[in-house]
Design a protein. Structure first.
Length: 471
């Protein structure tokens, strides 16, 4: 890395406790060495991409030194060396993608003079994980002592030998009594043609290869198997070559596709929409920001996080998850907030938002956004959560519905504030009101419609009367 570049390391040591540990190998071909495999840097990781190596072959590695950057299914993680010594061989270069867990990625040796022995080391030379040096094998147990001699038993009548089952033969096995050339017999076996039903054209009634070909041409072709209706056909692209760019899938994009497809297929979604007046909220926000002297700048999302957390405490049925044999109902509101990055969508979590003030929520969100955009979120900062907020209002979207983030049961989709005319008992007969449309997506296995409506009513109460959030 360039000198002076500051990297906030996402320490991989805690996660390495669940990953395969490096194995020390001893063999006649190579000196003692440690084989480092692709680690599991997140609980859901199945494969990874080696983004870059932080050291070169031959470099010395100390305790806690950064070894490589690895892209998991959700973020790019810093992988610290699990062993001290010298990097003898990089087996998989930077940019190698879809590396399965347990695949050898590099070799570390304890002694610098052993580096040269691994100059031509390849992945094929890596022994299986079960091959590391182990304790010497115990010698085989001695044979049991011979049984004491006894009078030989009377010879038993020989048991009948079970006849071995006949070898299966094809339905149209050529009959050896039928006159046919060797080539004709071979073709008949390949094409499944019964020789006994063919008329020969050869001398002395010998069936020739031409007879087999003629019979095969006269036999109607078998109908193709019915297409599987559960598999959508892949339509070939009609665009000419060179008119598009094929973008490889990142680990994050694969994870997004897998999880959201699973959500839409397995979670019974339903949607509730309500309009909320936020004039008072905008007024309180403006006053608090004016009094902050630059220490903080509250956003509408900060108020949403706080209001959602309060509503979840009031209606705990919405702060729950489906667990197949039970429903988990959580005591705190851990709010996931959707953040768009160049790699895709990620949902960092404001933990125990129900116990935090607006300023602390604002500080947490700014820190999480910065980490998300730079790809430095640690797994515990985006995995979990009990409820999700997706706010596209700042992008000018008036209304939308969001896909539930499993295993959560609800996600709130927030639209853009807009000025509206509402009836009023005054001289004009109306007022101009700033309203915001929100839609709640619910898992019907956990949250019934009445519960979702009750939760939205609580949310509306907090947002339209923001001072209630201070109680």
């Amino acid at each position: 890395f360039p000198t002076g570049q500051v990297l906030k390391r996402a320490t991989a040591r805690a996660v390495m406790a669940t990953a395969s540990q490096p194995c020390r190998f001893l063999s006649g071909n190579y000196p003692a060495h440690f084989r480092i495999d692709m680690p599991a840097l997140s609980p859901t990781m199945e494969s990874g991409t080696i983004v870059s190596w932080a050291v070169n072959e031959g470099d010395e590695l100390g305790d806690g030194d950064l070894l490589a950057q690895i892209e998991t299914d959700k973020a790019t993680m810093d992988f610290e060396t699990p062993e001290v010594g010298y990097l003898a061989k990089i087996i998989l270069p930077a940019g190698t993608s879809d590396v399965k867990l347990g695949t050898p990625v590099c070799i570390i040796v304890e002694n610098q003079e052993d580096i040269a022995a691994f100059a031509d080391y390849t992945a094929e030379a890596a022994p299986a994980a079960a091959a590391p040096a182990a304790a010497p094998t115990a010698p085989p147990p001695p044979p049991p002592p011979p049984a004491p001699s006894a009078a030989p038993p009377p010879p038993a009548s020989p048991a009948p030998v079970a006849a071995s089952p006949p070898s299966p033969t094809p339905d149209f096995a050529p009959d050896s009594r039928i006159l046919a050339s060797p080539m004709a017999r071979t073709l008949a076996a390949r094409k499944g043609i019964d020789l006994s039903k063919l008329a020969s054209s050869g001398p002395d009634g010998v069936i020739r290869a031409a007879d087999i070909e003629a019979a095969a041409a006269a036999t109607p072709a078998a109908a193709p198997p019915a297409a599987d209706s559960s598999v959508l056909p892949v339509t070939p692209s009609l665009q000419p070559d060179g008119s598009f760019t094929e973008i490889p899938l990142t680990g994050m994009r694969k994870a997004i596709a897998k999880r959201l497809t699973q959500s839409k297929q397995e979670v019974p979604h339903y949607y509730l929409t309500i309009d909320i007046a936020i004039d008072d909220l905008l007024g309180v926000r403006s006053k608090l920001n004016a009094a902050a002297d630059g220490e903080y700048k509250l956003s509408v999302t900060d108020f949403l996080i706080k209001a959602c957390s309060k509503a979840l405490v009031d209606v705990p049925e919405a702060n729950s998850q489906w667990a197949e044999t039970s429903i988990k109902q959580f005591h705190n509101a851990d709010i996931s907030v959707a953040v768009a990055t160049d790699s895709g969508l990620i949902t960092p979590i404001v933990f125990t938002a129900n116990k935090k003030g607006l300023q602390q929520i604002n500080t947490d969100m700014n820190d999480l956004k910065e980490k998300a955009v730079s790809g430095k979120l640690q797994p515990h900062e985006f995995q979990g959560g009990t409820f999700t907020i997706s706010n596209l209002g700042m992008m000018g979207i008036d209304h939308f519905t969001a896909v539930i983030n499993p295993p959560q049961s609800c996600i709130l989709a927030v639209g853009s504030p807009a000025k509206k005319l509402v009836p009023a008992d005054n001289e004009k007969g109306f007022n101009v009101q700033t309203t915001m449309s929100v839609s709640l997506s619910c898992d019907h296995r956990v949250v019934d419609g009445a519960v979702g409506a009750k939760w939205l009513a609580k949310l509306k109460s907090y947002l339209e009367n923001p001072l209630k959030m201070l109680l």
